[in-house]
Design a protein around this ligand. Structure first.
Ligand SMILES: *Cc1c(COP(=O)(O)O)cnc(C)c1O
Length: 391
């Protein structure tokens, strides 16, 4: 039987035609399609729940990765040496590394053992006079406890930057992630995310000053981008460099993919939701904890379907993954917590005992394949392999 990969992007004819159109157009870097993608993204967020039709206060800034977007957001908020930013240990290193780019320090905290999201009580306990910001991650596509996190931030005068790399589309207490009361939200369009541009990201904010700074810093700290200069009706070669910026702009080739991926996002989410429900059903009664679910009525983006082996599973996590590979099924682990990686462990003198919930989850967790190109039969095949591995 064919190998069932852990993740696959779903790229259709519309995406391909739009990329070809871009290639033939003569404008391949950041230009009209990146602008169209930004506008369409803002419209999507504004209209998803019908709550903010065409919400014009949302600024969407396309970048070449979520990592870039997180960096730009923290830079625009003035995070720097001497500052501390609190985030979860149970994330990808990108969330934390951007804090170090700016010379600030990372305060890693533990997760809630049920949702696997950052624990608000642990955030509150980690706050010091140096704390400037909180970076929640909506793990697997399930919203972190944003009402509690935003309340802590208000109480202590902290900024909030959401790492929403998994959370498109996700709702939190009836509102869409990207439209909440945080300072900025960053989405990822990496190859295995819920929509993809190959590489890419979107920084979303209601803060006009943050948006302006991020737009300038995304392209070398120049106050006018190349498309504006080269397409102006009057000679306009002039620009000024106002800061030592970065090279974080999204190309039109990538944006061409994003424009059409976005149109399919609602359908993608429904497919992922249905596949997750099939997993829940098929895995019921086995010695494992199925993926945490969103509260009733809330949208889960279902970027990942993460199970945890129960104490009586009778097999180690590593052996379990080997058994699935032997059955031709790819899987992964999200994540090796940051406190176990040499850089983070050594810089902050961390040990597993400081993060009991993340550590325990890590030792038992496996991410099963979950993507829109999977059929119901594929899920059944994974379920059968899981059953057999647990026998
Ligand atoms: C994928 C991911 C990122 C980084 O996204 P890029 O677009 O690859 O930079 C950041 N945080 C989390 C939690 C992710 O899963």
């Amino acid at each position: 039987m064919d190998f069932l990969p852990f993740a696959l992007p779903e790229i259709g004819d519309d995406e391909i035609a739009e990329v070809v159109d871009t290639l033939r157009s003569g404008w391949v870097t950041t230009g009209p399609k990146a602008k169209r993608f930004e506008a369409a993204f803002g419209a999507f967020l504004g209209e998803f729940l019908g709550a903010f039709p065409g919400d014009s206060s949302l600024h969407c800034i396309a970048v070449n990765s979520a990592t870039a977007g997180l960096h730009l957001a923290l830079e625009a908020l003035g995070i720097g040496p001497g500052d501390e930013v609190v985030t979860t240990t149970h994330t990808f290193t990108a969330t934390a590394e951007v804090v170090r780019y700016l010379g600030a320090d990372v305060k890693l905290v533990d997760i809630d053992p049920v949702t696997l999201n950052i624990d608000p009580a642990a955030i509150a306990a980690a706050i010091t006079p140096r704390t400037k910001a909180i970076m929640p991650v909506h793990y697997a596509g399930l919203a972190a406890d944003m009402p509690a996190i935003l309340a802590i931030a208000r109480q202590h005068g902290l900024k909030v930057v959401e790492d929403a790399a998994h959370a498109l589309p996700t709702t939190s207490a009836g509102r869409l992630v990207g439209t909440l009361d945080s300072d900025a939200t960053v989405f990822s369009f990496y190859a295995n995310k819920t929509i993809t541009t190959g590489e890419g990201g979107m920084l979303v904010t209601r803060d006009g000053a943050l948006a302006e700074r991020a737009r300038v810093m995304r392209l070398h700290g120049m106050n006018r981008d190349a498309f504006d200069r080269f397409t102006a009706k009057v000679p306009s070669w002039h620009y000024e460099v106002v800061a030592p910026g970065f090279k974080y702009n999204l190309t039109d080739i990538a944006a061409a993919l994003g424009i059409h991926q976005l149109k399919r996002l609602r359908g993608f989410q429904q497919q992922r939701e249905a596949l997750a429900a099939l997993y829940d059903e098929g895995l019921a009664g086995l010695p494992l904890i199925t993926a945490p679910r969103a509260p009733a009525g809330q949208t889960h983006a279902w970027h990942l379907y993460v199970v945890r082996l129960a104490d009586d599973a009778g097999i180690t996590r590593d052996r379990f993954i080997e058994r699935l590979y032997e059955a031709g099924i790819g899987c992964s682990v999200h994540y090796i917590p940051l406190h176990l990686h040499p850089y983070w462990r050594d810089r902050y003198g961390l040990s597993a005992a400081q993060f009991p919930h993340s550590q325990r989850a890590y030792e038992r967790m496996v991410s099963l394949p979950l993507y829109t190109r999977m059929t119901d039969g594929d899920v059944e095949r994974v379920v059968a392999a899981v059953r057999s591995a647990l026998q």
